[in-house]
Ligand binder design. Sequence first.
Ligand code: PGA
Length: 253
Amino acid sequence: MHPKRRPILAGNWKMNMTATQTRDLASKLVPLVANVKDRDIVLGPPFTSIAAAADVIRGTNIGLAAQNLHWEDKGAFTGEISADMLLDSGCKYVIIGHSERRQYFGETDETVNKKVKQALKKGLLPIMCVGETLAEREAGKLNEVIGRQVTGGLKDVSADDMKKVVIAYEPVWAIGTGKTATPEQANEVHALIRGKVRSLYTADIAEGIRIQYGGSVTPENVSQLMAKPDIDGALVGGASLKPDSFAALVNFK
Ligand code: PGA
């Protein structure tokens, strides 16, 4: 954590939670985090549950993220969702380029970049995910992979827009596996990402942007992670699906 950067704790629900379940979870969560003022709290329901979540969290300190968007404004793109639809449903953020989307749905740095630019053009705040696989890490390709994902994802993003981007570092080997990167391992890559942003933009922009860690974050390990100087938040899957555990995580000391 860094005194100048506001922590951001986001839940990525993935393909979980019907609208009914969403209402229940969100209603339980609201009072548990109502006193939090010094950090951003974000929920990322699936598309069909966004409206239900928006209903429950209206007027609270919780924001909403979608898990994807299309890069075009509108038109003949069956099955896709536009930025305007997300904004109109109450989203402020959008998660882009999650490793599951890259792995299973063919997303590339190029599509990630188109989506990041579309989100920014429309006024959604992108949470752009990057991260290496275990094979890439073991082959000594960590710097190369992260460098390529950061540079590719941010291509032609202006300095002003860059200030609004959140980057999530999610080592693929730590997602849903119970294997968290150690706080040292995570911080090292966060510093690498910040350095990359510094080289692409300015030192001020690099110091200002927030970088979340994601991959098996729990109420038990969040404090050690957040104690590191370059870790500014968490993107949380499994532990965000229960109001108590997500609230405990948000309320980390
Ligand atoms: P996990 O997922 O917390 O269940 O590991 C994190 C993510 O994929 O965003």
